[in-house]
Ligand binder design. Structure first.
Ligand SMILES: NC(=O)C1=CN([C@@H]2O[C@H](COP(=O)(O)OP(=O)(O)OC[C@H]3O[C@@H](n4cnc5c(N)ncnc54)[C@H](O)[C@@H]3O)[C@@H](O)[C@H]2O)C=CC1
Ligand SMILES: O=C(O)C(=O)[C@H](O)COP(=O)(O)O
Length: 331
């Protein structure tokens, strides 16, 4: 796509921002028009609902504006998502519009969350917390360790590699599964692709999935694949919920074939009342919060990524974190 130097643009920011974030963005683009859709991060998610007419004449949008409204943004030249996940934006945003995501913002927050969930399960912490509530002093039995464990990280990008490095620091042996083998090991002991998945699953004590939602990854963890996992191993998913067959996961945990599973993402979201995932003992759910704005570092990184790209955009240079329209995630 040809890029030209921009002289006067309207930048609509739909992502929550602080005063410091505004200053950072405005310093990069003096003389350009900024419209902030929301001032407060209190009580909001990452994206704030946007009125249709606000984005109609936007040249640039920073934030995950409602995909349905984006169709109306006829002047749009560039959409900077505040999420790493791209989802339906690849289909909604025309090919003549630059599309970038915020991969690189979430590694710390999501990887720490996943590590916490894994240790929580391995050390039986939920049972001890339940006992505490009824003042019960009781030994819950054998625990497991990350030390020496074979950990398969499926989706070894920003989040996956951060998780891999955390666990490697604790003595785990990491096998990374990524789309291409060309990027080097990045903290992993071995690197593989999805072609190797079926042969790797029976070897791992932990399978941690942080894949983007793409046509290739949807439904990847079928009943058969979950059945290939080592007996009494652990499953974690913080990528997207549609990557795994929830019913088959519930069966695998309920029957004790898997030791447990921790999910920060489900299909659908929010998870409806009465869904099996809520009630299967050994499955631990957090409601897609690991990468939210609760960690200031993540929020700052999202805005820094947007600010760097704004600088590049105004200078007519190629942007970072451009979404690959074919694969459906970052290039
Ligand atoms: N739970 C949460 O709050 C959050 C979840 N996410 C999810 O995590 C995903 C990953 O985020 P990042 O690590 O920032 O992205 P990234 O682009 O840095 O990493 C994606 C990784 O997945 C691999 N991958 C993609 N397609 C593949 C395929 N077909 N086979 C094998 N590997 C494949 C890539 O090689 C890459 O290593 C996002 O797309 C999003 O869905 C992201 C942020 C927060
Ligand atoms: O970046 C992503 O992908 C996420 O999953 C983050 O949690 C933010 O996602 P949205 O809530 O903005 O979809």
């Amino acid at each position: 796509m040809s890029i030209r130097k921009e002289t006067s643009v309207k930048i609509v920011v739909t992502c929550a921002v602080t005063e410091a974030h505004k200053k950072l963005l405005e310093k990069i683009a003096p003389g350009h028009t900024f419209v902030y859709v929301g001032d407060s991060i209190e009580g909001t998610g990452l994206s704030i609902p946007v009125e249709r007419d606000v984005i109609n004449d936007a040249d640039v949008i920073i934030g995950n504006a409602d995909p349905h409204l984006l169709k109306q943004a006829e002047k749009l030249k560039w959409l900077q998502l505040n999420s790493a996940g791209v989802g339906s934006y690849v289909d909604v945003v025309g090919k003549d519009v630059l599309l970038t995501n915020a991969t690189g913002a979430y590694g710390v927050a999501v990887a720490e969350h996943m590590a916490a969930q894994l240790l929580m399960m391995m050390k039986r912490l939920p049972a001890y917390y339940d006992n505490q509530k009824v003042e019960r002093w009781h030994d819950e039995g054998p625990v497991q360790s990350v030390f020496g464990a074979k950990v398969l990280v499926v989706g070894y990008g920003d989040i996956g590699a951060t998780f891999g490095r955390i666990l490697k620091g604790m003595g785990a042996r990491i096998t990374a599964v990524r789309r291409r083998l060309t990027k080097g090991l990045d903290g992993a002991d071995a690197v593989a692709t999805l072609d190797d998945l079926d042969s790797l699953l029976p070897q791992a004590q932990v399978v941690a999935c942080v894949l983007p939602d793409t046509p290739e990854t949807a439904g990847l963890f079928t009943k058969e694949r979950l059945g290939k996992m080592k007996k009494h191993s652990w499953f974690i998913n913080a990528g997207r919920g549609n990557v795994v067959d929830s019913d088959a996961l519930c069966d695998a945990v309920a029957t004790g074939r898997l030791a447990g599973a921790a999910l920060d993402v489900t299909e659908p979201e929010p998870l409806p009342q009465g869904h099996r995932l809520w009630h299967t003992p050994g499955i631990y759910i957090t409601p897609h919060v690991s990468g939210g704005l609760h960690l200031e570092y993540t929020h700052n990184r999202i805005i820094q990524i947007a600010a760097r790209n704004l600088e590049l955009f105004l200078a007519g240079k190629a942007l970072e974190h451009e979404v690959d329209r074919q694969s459906g995630y970052g290039k």
